[in-house]
Design a protein around this ligand. Structure first.
Ligand SMILES: O=P(O)(O)O[C@H]1O[C@H](CO)[C@@H](O)[C@H]1O
Ligand SMILES: O=c1cc[nH]c(=O)[nH]1
Length: 243
């Protein structure tokens, strides 16, 4: 048998039990650059994975690309290789005027509009973060003096609407605070497997505005880059607190 798993090309066994998962492979490299003794352990497609230590604790940092189905492939292989605790460190659009660019959103749960978890379990099953992960992220954000908001996140498979309208009004009325594309997949996956999971997201725009004018979405701004750099330490600090 091959020593590497087929989709991510990470080693089949022996990975640290904690992983930070991110969308962008370049973000995986940047976060790995913060670790001690970081080693690239797999690179295939959108999946770039490292091991290293943070505050003396072994961790994995791994990218899953954009979208739930691809993320699910990565999560399954990380779990097969030994990961038990997952935090997603991503970006998201704000759904409230008082949530600013560069702020952090700590997810308590996610709306399962992800296009993939309905193929795993009934839609009534919740996508909920492990309470200890929420609290660890809250403490880490406070320790780093980062502005953080807690609430429900909308995970949506399609980045932009086409013929059908986004049900934006309903989720705004339901007080959902941010939108992104992979978190509910992680939370459902972890729930079904009995694993620990949570997520923290850097706000890179206001999705209620960007939805009216898609050309206004610009995640490549200094305020976002600075928050991603600061948020990396928040996410890693929380990750190593969890068991
Ligand atoms: O910054 P990441 O982690 O990729 O997260 C967000 O950014 C991508 C869309 O631009 C989607 O993957 C979305 O979930
Ligand atoms: O899915 C996403 C990710 C970042 N920002 C958004 O507006 N949407």
């Amino acid at each position: 048998m091959n020593d590497f798993l087929p989709i991510t090309k990470i080693p089949r066994t022996g990975l640290p039990q904690r992983a930070l998962v991110v969308g962008d492979p370049e973000r995986a490299s940047a976060v790995a650059g913060l670790l001690t003794d970081s080693v690239l352990i797999g690179q295939n497609r959108e999946y770039r994975s490292f091991t290293g230590t943070w505050r003396g604790v072994p961790v994995v940092v791994s990218s899953h690309g954009v979208g739930g189905p691809g993320a699910l492939c990565q999560l399954g292989e990380l779990a097969e290789a030994g990961v038990r605790t997952f935090l997603r460190f991503g970006t998201a659009g704000a759904l409230r005027a008082d949530i600013a660019d560069g702020d952090l959103v700590i997810a308590e749960a996610a709306v399962r509009d992800d296009g993939v978890t309905a193929q795993l379990i009934h839609p009534e099953y919740p996508a909920v973060a492990t309470p200890e992960a929420v609290l660890a992220l809250d403490r880490a954000a406070a320790a780093h003096q980062r502005h953080a908001h807690r609430g429900v996140v909308w995970t949506r498979a399609a980045f932009s609407p086409m013929v059908l309208e986004l049900p934006m009004r309903d989720y705004l009325a339901a007080r959902v605070i941010a939108i992104e594309m992979e978190l509910s997949t992680l939370l459902v996956f972890a729930g079904l497997r009995g694993l620990v999971a949570g997520g923290v997201l850097v706000i890179d725009g206001n999705a209620t505005v960007d939805n009216d004018d898609p050309t206004s979405y610009d995640p490549h701004r200094q305020v976002v880059a600075d928050a991603v750099a600061a948020g990396s330490a928040v996410a890693l600090d929380a990750l190593v607190e969890l068991t």
